[in-house]
Design a protein around this ligand. Structure first.
Ligand code: PRX
Length: 666
């Protein structure tokens, strides 16, 4: 695969990729190792969301990211693992060693009866065994579905059931900063309410006391058996290009997260191609992607993209602020990281920690900086560029989504023009368009619209697991014959794109997608809650915070009580009237605090701590139209504190609720 090395080359690659995708991607795909070559490069249309890439081809992706490199790069480091605690020795695996670990893990799964096509849910923290597990699945053709280690038992249960998984891989517990996360007991809890699971493979990492269930198999014991039998180096299972590689659940504007399905060959070609070009990978690069493998960035740019290119990928077990806010920079210096890829939330939080954490850190190995997951604000962009990159490292702001599989809009580091806070130009093969609300293409520049893609690209979503109609409905039916991202974007006079945030009911909190409906569903599970409405509001560190307006049953009662006691109080002398009112206000505040506490707890149990609302206000009513639709626009303005911009409320069923809500939020 040839890397694009000048703006001219980019322009000609881009033109060719749009005019003749078959030829363009066919040539790129030649660089991989195929068990059987494809018959057609691209087939199918957006109309039924059934695009197919490299149809008729047969391959195994792990042979492409491991076996293919063994002859020339067998002794190069494939994976560096930096532990949560400074004091623990880091681990590294050459391509030969990683290949062996993956073959062992694949054999372990095979011995447990996992077959091609089976879905395997993986709930682990950031340890090398997570990478082995993911790649072991891919080796034998099982479909991995990684569940982020911060999700709750209920979220695991939903995903296990939706994916119809028979197998789960987990570990006793994981470390994040000064916390120990009891992963196995969360899985135990989840599996009390799911379909019957055949096997739970448990990696004992911390020797935590866990309950041994009938379905549990000990990773370390099984590994020892497989190793002693010494028959584990086997070729990867033969997969069709369009066979599914993984499912990853992501939030949408409806209540239930959907299982985004990616297939094998197209995802392989795209992640390899975008990694090479966006980050301008060179032999010897140490690539540090800070994302958790529970999210798509960890899949595409910690595991697949770097390893497909024979790069060294660094995975970090911990969090950016442990033991202090200089940890990332210590890691950069220690391992001579050259490419650093993180999210704006992390940048903002480290920036706000103060520049003293940068003092005496040797960041001279850095060559390229990347940002992903949310719009990056100018201040954070400048700090990243000036203080971390010392003004010498191109910053790539990469726009993409779980559904796109890999980067869609980004500059190619140091090769194509960059512009602060702009994702800039599309990758070859990506045809972005801006549509107005009527679905008409906006052809002029210097305008904002709804961002869609007009042409299929190799790693686009193939389906939502178990429900193809939902895939069509979510992505291909808002605008017929276009893939709709759900994002708004601005295109400047030079055709460069700047992302403007979601235009649907999806929040982006610390770079994590969370549907407002999902949070509302969770809140509504709290005893005493009647109804809720959730909106986003600007948050200095997280990008967006979660603001919940909640109507409570008991609150209504307590308010009545308040009114009653106020009525009674009217009959009293003025001074005792004040006392009575104060007492009822205190009671009401105590009640509200309790409700806030139980709502927060319920959301953590239903989804996970990442979805906990930052602000919860107990209200008596929500602004609804006469047909009962909640006017989120009004709530958003209130949450933003822009009370003067609320606009006309006369069409509301009860306009007076707005004043009450404003009063409560002040
Ligand atoms: O709103 C966009 C935002 O993140 C959403 C996708 O989230 P997810 O599927 O979790 O994937 C995140 C990692 C690829 C998008 O719809 N987003 C992602 N990257 C950017 C971004 N917003 C602005 N700028 C970006 N670079």
């Amino acid at each position: 695969m040839k890397r694009i090395e000048s703006f001219e080359e980019y322009k000609s690659a881009y033109a060719e990729s749009i005019a003749n995708p078959d030829k363009f991607w066919g040539e790129i795909a030649e660089s991989f190792s195929w068990k059987k070559k494809w018959d057609t490069v691209l087939s199918g249309t957006f109309a039924d969301a059934k695009n197919r890439w490299f149809d008729g081809g047969e391959l195994n992706i792990t042979e492409n990211l491991l076996d293919r490199h063994l002859a020339e790069k067998g002794n190069d480091v494939a994976l560096i693992w930096e532990p949560n605690d400074h004091s623990v020795e880091y681990r590294k695996f050459t391509y030969t060693e990683l290949h062996k670990e993956v073959c062992i893990a694949a054999e372990m799964l095979r011995s447990l009866g996992v077959k091609k096509g089976d879905r395997v849910c993986i709930y682990m923290s950031m340890v090398p065994e997570l990478v082995f597990s993911v790649l072991a699945c891919a080796r034998i053709g099982a479909v991995h579905s990684v569940i982020f280690g911060g999700f709750s038992a209920k979220s695991i249960a939903d995903r296990v059931d939706d994916a119809e998984a028979d197998f789960v891989i987990t570990m006793d517990g994981g470390l994040r900063g000064n916390k120990t996360i009891p992963l196995k007991s969360v899985v135990d809890d989840a599996l009390t309410s799911t379909r019957k699971i055949k096997i739970v493979l448990v990696f004992n990492y911390l020797n935590l006391p866990t309950e041994k269930k009938e379905v549990d198999i000990d990773w370390n014991e099984l590994k020892a058996e497989v190793v002693s039998a010494n028959n584990y180096i086997k070729a990867g299972e033969t997969l069709q290009s369009e066979d599914p590689l993984f499912i990853l659940y992501t939030s949408g504007s409806t209540g239930k997260p959907k299982g985004v399905v990616h297939s094998t060959a197209g995802y392989m070609v795209w992640t390899a191609y975008t990694f090479l070009n966006v980050f301008q990978y060179e032999k010897g690069d140490i690539h540090f992607c800070t994302a958790d493998i529970g999210w798509v960035t960890g899949h595409s740019y910690l595991i697949y993209g770097p390893l497909l290119n024979g790069s060294t990928s660094l995975m970090f077990e911990g969090i950016p602020t442990y033991p202090d806010a200089g940890r990332f920079w210590d890691i950069v210096a220690k391992h001579k990281v050259s490419i650093f890829y993180t999210a704006p939330t992390a940048i903002r939080s480290l920036m706000s920690a103060g520049d003293e954490f940068l003092e005496r850190k040797d960041l001279s190995s850095l060559r390229i900086l990347g940002s992903v997951g949310e719009p990056i604000n100018e201040e954070a962009w400048n700090w990243y560029h000036d203080k971390i990159g010392k003004g010498n490292c191109p910053v790539v702001d990469t726009f993409w989504q779980t559904e796109t599989g890999g980067v869609m809009i980004s500059s190619l580091a140091g090769v194509t023009p960059s512009k602060p806070v702009f994702a800039t130009l599309p990758m070859p093969g990506v045809l972005p368009v801006l549509l107005d609300d009527k679905g008409k293409e906006i052809l002029e520049n210097d305008l904002t619209g709804n961002l869609c893609f007009k042409q299929s690209w190799p790693s686009m979503i193939r389906t939502t697991y178990g429900d193809h109609e939902r895939c069509i409905l979510n992505y291909f039916s808002t605008y017929k014959n276009y893939y709709f991202t759900g994002d708004g974007a601005y295109r400047d006079e030079n055709g460069m794109y700047r992302l403007a945030g979601r235009v649907d009911d999806v929040l982006n909190v610390s770079g994590h997608r969370i549907g407002t409906a999902e949070v509302e569903n969770a809140i509504n599970h709290t005893h005493g809650v009647i109804e809720s409405a959730v909106v986003g509001y600007p948050h200095d560190i997280k990008g967006q915070g979660i603001y919940a307006f909640v109507i409570c049953d008991a609150h209504a009662k307590s308010l009545n009580a308040t009114q009653d006691s106020s009525k009674d109080a009217n009959a009293l002398q003025d001074s005792s009237k004040d006392v009575a009112q104060d007492a009822s206000r205190d009671a009401s505040q105590g009640f509200e605090q309790e409700m806030v506490y139980s709502i927060t707890k319920t959301v953590s149990e239903q989804i996970g701590a990442i979805a906990k609302p930052d602000k919860i206000v107990i209200v008596n009513g929500l602004p609804k139209t006469r047909s009962g639709k909640i006017m989120r626009r009004i709530l958003r303005k209130i949450a933003e504190g822009e009370f003067d911009a609320i606009g006309d409320t006369t069409t509301l069923l009860d306009p007076s609720v707005v004043q009450e809500i404003i009063y409560k939020t002040k």
